[in-house]
Design a protein around this ligand. Structure first.
Ligand code: SAM
Length: 209
């Protein structure tokens, strides 16, 4: 699963992971993070997610990181904002109260990102193949100085379908994060109709702090 895979998905508009509305699991569980208004939330691998808009509407400052320039440009087009763009190891787009870093998250540094108060990961960890998830989890933890996190995963029999999204079961979440965080399961929702319309699956929501 290389970066070209995702560039191709965006170029061909094959973005079934994108929801037209904020994710109900975010809306139901976000309060568990216990954040003050105006807290700064980092959204890794954010696509053009409506979750960004929902978080901003709650009064939070929102910064995302996304590989695809198509996704980032579409996000600002749909917002009706002309962002200012500055170049560096990643392109930094700023507009309408949002900052999106366009490029690989692995090139984002704590200095570029600045301090954040929390992380919201939906369809980011599960978008990455097993070989990259350890590197992602440790990079994300150091990038955000181990700030608390709301993490939405998928769990299903990986033999039933190829990822992405990949199945990231409880033991893997614990292996990746339990040396740094206390981990709590907030809920585990059944995926209606199954993953990809055929695999029984659940969407566990984890609170890491
Ligand atoms: C499954 S989508 C999820 C998008 C968003 N979180 C959502 O819920 O709609 C995964 C996203 O990760 C992006 N991505 C993949 N590898 C990346 C990387 N190394 N750095 C930043 N973004 C990446 C892809 O372009 C894609 O938009």
């Amino acid at each position: 699963m290389d970066q070209q895979f995702w560039q191709d998905k965006w170029a061909s508009n094959q973005i079934a992971f994108h929801n037209a509305e904020a994710h109900p699991l975010l809306v139901r569980n976000f309060r568990a993070l216990g954040l003050r208004r105006e807290a700064h939330i980092f959204v890794p691998l954010c696509g053009k997610s409506k979750d960004l808009n929902w978080l901003a509407q709650q009064g939070y400052r929102v910064t995302g990181a996304e590989l695809s320039n198509l996704a980032v440009n579409r996000f600002f087009q749909e917002l009706g904002e002309q962002p200012t763009v500055s170049c560096g190891s990643l392109q930094r787009y700023e507009g309408g109260g949002f900052v999106l870093f366009q490029g690989s998250i692995f090139d984002l540094t704590p200095d570029l990102l600045g301090p954040v108060d929390a992380v919201y990961d939906r369809a980011a960890l599960v978008a990455l193949p097993a070989g990259l998830r350890d590197e992602y989890a440790s990079h994300l933890t150091s990038l955000t100085r181990a700030q608390r996190q709301l993490l939405i995963c998928y769990e299903y029999n990986q033999a039933c379908a190829e990822g992405p999204p990949f199945s990231v079961p409880e033991d893997e979440v614990k292996r990746l994060y339990q040396t740094t965080f206390a981990i709590e399961l907030l809920e585990n929702q059944r995926v209606e109709g199954g993953l990809k319309g055929r695999c029984p699956a659940t969407e566990p929501v984890w609170l890491l702090r």
